[in-house]
Design a protein around this ligand. Structure first.
Ligand code: GDP
Length: 364
């Protein structure tokens, strides 16, 4: 199927990093994701898919285009095929993204309203990321609200800041310094990204505006550049059977019960044997359909229609239709059994992992 932007024939060495967005309510998580999705749709090449189920892709070509003016600051030769953003921001869904030994998320963005600074959920978000050992950048959002700011829509931050008055520049620096202090309290060294020397030791703070699009080029370039540089092993494409996590269980007209899944490793194929958790013990079933939204001209149109793929390569967000999914559990791990002999072992793995999930949920 030509629509499968990620068919096994064009497997690259590295898969797309999975990115989540966290932060305090009203600090701009949804707006930032909307802006990023909008950028991806407008700047993509013909035939590139940007929409998946529960996730959006920013293809490599888009990141390269928007980062072009930055090539002196952030030299970017991309080997990853793009970035996969989980569409639902905040910690509720993030807690479903667990896998053995950590999180399905490879890297996160903590959004903070730069005019308000750290709030309760900012601290909570960073705590969760630390517990799960997920590296993060901080997006210092709403820079357009710094008094006196002159907007330069969709420009890199480095371009826009150079066009601001000295007063405005120092007002922003004062606000950013407050973020640096709050991060220091939590034990993180942090700096504005263009002053960071060593990204393995410092949290990079990227000033952005989800409203004007300023700073989005750097945010995308840094997410892509840092994950490719520091997570090469984690991102190596594995050609084995798929591993994933169930994000949602939904009944769809004409399809019955379906599961929305983030595939974080391997290749998922039609007719694969799936093992996942159910309310009354593990479910074993076969993939009937691997579905993604039909490509649309306008992302604001409600996603109603799906197209079916023969296979997908991680990382991907897909809807799976299969018999017997009525009792599937959101947050469940999902494994593909290469053959029948593997089923019993995978059932045990799933049961064991689900029991730790329940314990975790009780603690929260
Ligand atoms: P969320 O709760 O973190 O998802 O926050 P939203 O994305 O819903 O944003 C909360 C409010 O802040 C909305 O009214 C947005 O329009 C506004 N907002 C978000 N980002 C920006 C920004 O960069 N600049 C300005 N001026 N407003 C913003």
């Amino acid at each position: 199927n030509r629509l499968s932007a990620v068919s096994s024939s064009d497997i690259k060495k590295l898969r797309q990093p999975i990115v989540t967005v966290l932060g305090h309510v009203d600090h701009g998580k949804t707006s930032l994701l909307d802006k990023i999705r909008g950028t991806a749709v407008v700047r993509k090449e013909a035939g590139e898919m940007t929409q998946e189920v529960g996730a959006s892709v920013v293809p490599r070509s888009v990141i390269q285009k928007v980062a072009e003016p930055l090539k002196n600051i952030i030299p970017l030769k991309l080997e990853i095929p793009g970035l996969l953003f989980i569409d639902t921001p905040g910690h509720e869904l993030f807690s479903n993204l667990r896998k053995r030994g950590g999180s399905v998320a490879d890297i996160s963005v903590v959004v903070v309203d730069v005019t308000e600074g750290f709030q309760k959920q900012t601290f909570e978000s960073i705590q969760i990321l630390r517990d799960r050992r997920v590296p993060f950048l901080m997006a210092a959002n709403k820079i357009d609200r710094v008094p006196g700011w002159q907007p330069n829509p969709n420009q890199p931050f480095t371009v826009s800041i150079s066009r601001q008055s000295k007063e405005v520049q120092s007002r922003l620096d004062t606000l950013i310094y407050k973020l640096v202090m709050d991060l220091a309290q939590l034990g993180f060294n942090a700096e504005r990204f263009d002053r960071v020397r060593d990204f393995t030791r410092n949290v990079a703070i990227v000033p952005v505006s989800a409203k004007t699009g300023e700073g989005i080029p750097e945010l995308l370039a840094l997410l892509a550049g840092l994950s490719q540089r520091y997570m090469e092993n984690r991102l190596k494409v594995v050609e084995g059977p798929a591993k994933g996590v169930v994000m949602e269980v939904k009944e769809e007209i004409g399809l019955g019960h379906t599961i929305d899944v983030i595939v974080y490793d391997g290749i998922l194929k039609k007719n694969d044997i799936l093992v996942l958790a159910g309310l009354n013990g593990p479910i074993v079933t076969r993939v009937r359909g691997i579905l993604v939204p039909k490509p649309l001209q306008d992302i604001r149109i409600v996603k109603t229609d799906f197209v079916s793929l023969d296979e997908v390569v991680a990382a991907a967000g897909v809807k799976i239709s299969a018999p017997g999914l009525e009792e599937a559990i959101a947050g469940s791990p999902l494994y593909v059994a290469e053959d029948e002999s593997r089923i019993e072992q995978l059932k045990k793995v799933v049961e064991e992992e689900v029991s730790t999930i329940k314990i975790y949920n009780k603690d929260v």
